[in-house]
Structure formats: C-alpha cells, structure tokens
Design a protein around this ligand. Sequence first.
Ligand code: PAD
Ligand code: ZN
Ligand code: ZN
Length: 379
Amino acid sequence: MASIMSTAGKVIKCKAAIVWEPKKPFSIVEIEVAPPKAHEVRIKVLASGVCRSDDHVLSGALKVNFPVILGHEAAGIVESVGEGVTCVRPGDKVIPLFVPQCGVCSSCKHPRGNLCKENELGFTGLLNDGTTRFTYKGNQVHNFANTGTFTEYTVVHENSVVKIDAAAPPEKVCLIGCGFSTGYGAAINSAKVEPGSTCAIFGLGGVGLSAVMGCKAAGASRIIGVDINKDKFPKAKEMGATECVNPLDFKKPINEVLFDMTDGEGVDYSFEVIGRTDTMTAALASCHNNYGTSVIVGVAPSASEITFSPALIFTGRTWKGSIFGGWKSKDSVPRLVSDFMGGKFALDPLITHTLPFDKINEGFELLRSGKSIRSVLVF
Ligand code: PAD
Ligand code: ZN
Ligand code: ZN
C-alpha cells in the first residue's frame, strides 16, 4: 500500500513496449506516465494477453496513429484515480475495457447496443480530452484501443475500466478483457446459437476457440472447426468441436465442403474469426440459405471491401458482425469474471504460453508462427 500512496499525483517512470511504425518490432523503453486527469484512472498492469488485433497494427493491416502502445486484453490494479472518479478506488483489481461503456450514448442506452460512441477514440489513440498520459523523451505516445496495456502503467478513462473480483487471477482473467468474451459472446449474444444446432467456426485461434466454447455452452450439437493449420485441431476438439476440416485438403471451396457435411443444408450458424474478406464470404455461403446466420468477428484490413452476390442474402441469410462479443462491457465483464471464478467456463486451455513482459516480441512470434493460442505477458 505504501508504494501506491507514494506515486499518486506524480509522474511514474516505467517500462513500456512502443511500436514506432508498422512492420517493426516492439522496443521496450522507459516512458513517463502522467497522473490521471479528471475522470481518468491510472492502472498498474499485472498481465496482458497477445491478441491478433495488436498484430494487425504491427503488420500494417489495421491503421492507427504512431508511435503507439498496443495491448488491450489486460488485468491490473488501480494505482490512483483522477478527480470525480467514483467507480473504482486505488487498490481495486480491474480489467480495462477496449470498448467503453459511457452509459449515456444511444448504443449504451439501447438494450441491444454495446458499441459505445466513445469506442471511436480507440482508433485515434487518444483519451477523451484529445491527449494521452504517455510520453517518451517529451513526445506524446498514443494509447491503443482506449487501453494501451503493453506498459507497466497505463491511464484510461473511467468509462474504460471496471472493478472485478479481488481474488481473480490476473494472468487468466485478462482474457475476459478481449479474446474470451469476444468469441464466447459472438456465439451467445450475436448469433444466439440454439440447442441442437450446427455451427462452423472459421479460425481456431484464441477468439475462435472461445466461439467454440460459446457454441457448446449454447447447446450446439455439431461444432465444425475450420482452419488451415491442422495443429489447432486437437485443442479445438478438447474444447467442444465435434469435427475439424482443413480447407487445403479439398479441391472444392470450403462452403461446398460444409454443405456436403450437412446433407446439402449448410450450417445454422457460421463465424469468421480470422480477419480475411475471402473467408468472410465463404463463412456466409456456408450457412443455410434461408435461416442461416453468419457472424463476422475477425478484423479485416482497413479499407478492404467485399463484393458478393445479393443472392447470398436475398434468400434469407443473416450477415452480421460483433465487437467484443456484443457484451455491454462495464455491465458484463465483472459477471464474466464471477462466472469464471464459479467454474462456469475454463480459460486455462486457451493459455499456451506465459511470458515475462520483456519477451513481448517472442509472444508475437509465437502467434505468427501458429504455435500459440494465447500468450499472456506478466509484469
Ligand atoms: P489467431 O491468429 O490466434 O487465430 C486465427 C486463426 O485463423 C489461426 O488459427 C489461423 O491458422 C487461422 N487461419 C488463417 N488463415 C486462414 C484461412 N485462410 N482459412 C482458415 N483459417 C485460417 O487470432 P485471434 O484468435 O487472436 O483473432 C482472430 C480474429 O479476430 C483477428 O482478425 C482479430 O483481429 C479478431 C478480433 N476481433 C475482435 C472483435 O471485437 N471483433 C476482438 C478480438 C480479436
Ligand atoms: Zn483483442
Ligand atoms: Zn456509450
């Protein structure tokens, strides 16, 4: 507690992983983190997962402002709070929310909405006042996705953080900050998978496997995993996939393969959890032409477009997408943490590697090589 008291109101010097431009590795440097302004919260990050969305920035597919501190799937402890913050206190265990919940915008107020208007700030890399609390040698560094958690300390807006169970293990529940909730919610909230249905999940990474878990929890009787990396199949089956197929094993398009596997009907629900436009269309074409629903979860490259035959949806298919699994973040994250603590779902099978923060570049290498599901960086 003494150290918490002693840093409040002061600039903190700490280690952070900065990305200067696309296609360059992270450099771990000492940055300065200013105290939180009014309605902001400074967090000591304890654990942060490696998600493909961060890698989309590194590869240049997802355009953001540089230099930037990435990371958006974390858990930590509140170090200090700015004026007017009442939702959390120093010492609280928290999860930063890359989709904020302001509570007053139209999406926050709508029962079906979850994409708070403040979410747009995440792409600018700035906090609500148009600046960040991160500086390196006097120059401002951007804060990715309202969170920026690849740093020992970060500052977020109070709408982008929520208190969780103090007993929750940070190196596990950090996944509730993105990957788990996104995939699981895509099945439960966005598709509303029904008992007895047939589902196909394209992409069996951390988010796709969480969609598999969601389909299973919803009572799907067939869950077909689709991936070009067959090494992902054993884990997918362990987590609920009833079959797995590799599109590279077939001459015909994967949507035709899925029709063959379902007596020419197509699946009830399909999920694209890769981030490619060709697989988005293939996933749509894989579901039943009348009552099938396809959910886009993968983040496609900025400015990419899809051309498709209107006949694909004219017959009745539903094509939709969801960010953060459709969950209203502040309302849902503490409940998901409680559900995890109560044994309602497991996170351990998703975590293949736990690495010290210094090994962040190794964590991303493991993702790119297809060897990891989730790597969690611990501080
Ligand atoms: P990941 O890289 O761990 O998993 C992607 C999987 O797709 C891997 O297993 C690949 O082998 C597989 N794959 C790649 N190409 C193909 C292909 N052509 N056909 C079949 N399979 C293929 O990523 P992840 O699970 O961390 O994230 C998946 C996507 O979801 C990614 O685009 C990420 O940016 C996005 C995402 N969206 C949200 C959201 O809120 N919508 C949140 C988090 C992540
Ligand atoms: Zn993510
Ligand atoms: Zn809002």
